[in-house]
Design a binder for this molecule. Structure first.
Ligand code: N01
Length: 544
């Protein structure tokens, strides 16, 4: 407490969140001589990887790429134990970065930003935290992550259930044992698909409740080899630069052929080779998988046939075969032994696509006229993504207007970076930027560098306020949708579309034109004198 009290109540910048975005922001601000304070609701750094400690949690972007590229000594010295790192290894990395650059002293842990109000007269942000502190700053950066507000559906009887409950995105820090227990997992997205095989090995019995089947590809994870790590380290700066202009911010082999222009034999051989390679690079098999339904169908059927070949019970296999959306239009999952798990005697799959969970009871739950009893229920039911974390803070801009009200019909941003009416408020990987449709660390680095360079530009030019033009923002909001509707993405009831939260506006939230194309657009906007942004010099009142 005494440490917190000694911290400044007025700084240049306030940052919300100490995940990878917050850490890199603090590092850049320190180097620029900009004073910053960061508020973090957890008691440690790491963001997503701090909260998602569920069994089997692992990144599906390989670690040589899911890591910072801004410091060559860091990337040369850090060793990853596996190709796709598990949550504890990514947490260790986040802590290493925080300690290496001495960042923790600028972070107030277990402290949430509750409100952020823009004071027009003083031209500064007034931030109120969960500890009751008020801090002012010229700039406010929301770096709370895109997938950080866990959601448990409002099942009838939720509070009646007396057994243990867990949400994958808010997993306890102490060890959880399911040994000897009857366990339910509700949800088969990326989190459920990773947790289910691990829980199945420990629990006495596991029942999985599936609403929509999802596509998942084996990760083929393995221990990192020296040769592979060295192949990256020897050329890291050049490879990182290439990644920054790749469609997903990931260096991978893309095939620039249509799935429909090759023979069936070549098509199947291509899918087979990528299936054997493992990982979400599977989607790069052909260039029209996400834009042409006929091409997409060929890939979807290949995966369904893999499911049928893996799962011994044909009824279970058919329930696991996804049919509700084109492959890749919901996040493609990456697993370790997922479909094989349904061959275990202690695992049951319950299809709730037609008859949903009707209620939770004291001892379990009911689906139609079938009652289940459980010792523990794991909610792998996802997040109020992209906007949930922003709306958890009472953000008010010019005229006291709330961000939530401005965005009632969906997020409105320029470049996913700022919103008109909210001067000097930046969002890292906000809606309308590639964000969740990319290697998050590549996109985080790009946004952090853009924000910090912009603040440096303002300091150099004696400027005080930055805000997007309404016309530029309107055009960007439309452009994000136009690009999305050229693809198959809007055909899925996904969280990208806000479809997982009852009442949430339906529109495609990330920007899907690609990391490289987005980066070039940002570079051009800066080169054109920050086209679409408006700057103001300090007023006499604000300068007092
Ligand atoms: O959440 P989700 P997640 N009754 O929203 C079901 C990232 N991530 O935590 O499909 C019954 O994808 C819901 O059913 P349906 C990644 O970007 C990355 O798994 O809506 N079921 C679905 O099956 C990912 O996309 C990694 O019909 C209900 C599940 O719950 C994102 O985080 C690992 C229900 C939710 O799936 C979110 O993934 C983990 C209800 N009322 C996560 N409501 C890696 O890097 C929801 N569901 C590997």
């Amino acid at each position: 407490m005494s440490v917190q009290q000694s911290k400044a109540s007025s700084v240049d910048v306030i940052v919300a969140g100490a995940g990878f975005s917050g850490l890199y922001l603090l590092h850049r601000f320190r180097k620029m001589g900009v004073s910053a304070r960061c508020f973090e609701r957890g008691d440690g750094v790491g963001g997503t990887w701090y909260w998602n400690r569920y069994p089997g949690a692992r990144c599906d972007v390989e670690s040589m790429q899911y890591s910072f590229g801004f410091d060559d000594d860091l990337q040369q010295e850090w060793d990853w134990p596996e190709k796709f790192s598990a949550q504890p290894d990514i947490m260790a990395y986040a802590n290493h970065v925080a300690d290496r650059f001495d960042l923790k002293r600028d972070i107030d842990f277990e402290t949430e930003v509750k409100a952020a109000h823009f004071d027009e007269a003083a031209r500064q942000w007034r931030i109120t935290t969960s500890t009751g502190e008020t801090v002012t700053a010229k700039f406010f950066v929301m770096a709370g992550g895109c997938i950080s507000t866990a959601q448990i559906p409002k099942f009838e009887g939720l509070s009646d259930y007396k057994g243990k409950t867990y949400h994958t995105g808010k997993w306890p820090h102490e060890a959880v044992s399911f040994a000897g227990m009857r366990v339910a997992v509700i949800g088969t997205g990326s989190s459920g698909i990773q947790a289910i095989p691990v829980i199945a090995k420990e629990a006495a019995h596991l029942t999985v409740f599936q609403r929509q089947a999802n596509f998942t590809i084996p990760s083929r994870n393995h221990k990192m080899t020296d040769d592979y790590a060295q192949s990256w380290k020897a050329e890291y700066p050049a490879k990182r630069q290439e990644m920054r202009y790749m469609p997903n911010g990931v260096l991978r082999e893309l095939n620039d052929k249509s799935a429909l222009e090759v023979s069936e034999e070549e098509r199947l051989a291509t899918y087979e080779a990528r299936w054997e390679m493992g990982g979400s690079g599977f989607l790069g098999a052909f260039n029209d998988i996400l834009t042409n339904k006929e091409a997409n169908d060929t890939m979807a059927e290949f995966v369904r046939n893999k499911i049928r070949a893996t799962v011994k019970d044909p009824v279970t296999a058919e329930i696991l075969c996804p049919t509700t959306h084109p492959i890749g239009t919901k996040r493609l999952c990456v697993d370790t032994g997922y479909y094989e798990t349904y061959n275990r005697d202690n695992v049951e799959l319950v299809d709730i696509s037609e008859t949903p969970i009707s209620r939770l009871t004291e001892t379990g739950l009911e689906v139609g006229d079938r009652a289940f009893e459980f010792d523990a229920i794991v909610f792998a039911t996802g997040f109020d993504a992209m906007t949930g974390t922003l709306f958890n803070v009472d953000i008010r801009g010019r005229g006291g207007n709330a961000l939530k009200d401005k965005w009632y019909a969906g997020p409105r941003t320029y470049l996913g970076l700022m919103s008109e009416g909210f001067p000097n408020l930046f969002m890292i990987t906000g809606p309308g930027s590639p964000s969740v449709k990319s290697n998050m660390i590549t996109s985080i680095e790009q946004h952090v560098e853009l924000v910090t360079d912009t603040i440096q530009h303002m300091r150099d030019s004696g400027l005080d306020l930055i805000e997007p033009d309404k016309a530029a923002e309107d055009e960007w909001v439309d452009h994000v949708q136009v690009v999305a509707y050229k693809t198959l993405f809007p055909q899925a009831n996904s969280w990208y579309m806000g479809a997982n939260i009852p009442g949430k506006p339906r529109l495609f939230m990330p920007y899907i034109a690609g990391v490289g194309s987005y980066r070039r657009t940002c570079e051009q906007i800066v080169a054109d004198g920050y086209k679409g942004f408006r700057f103001e010099a300090p007023t006499a009142l604000a300068a007092e």
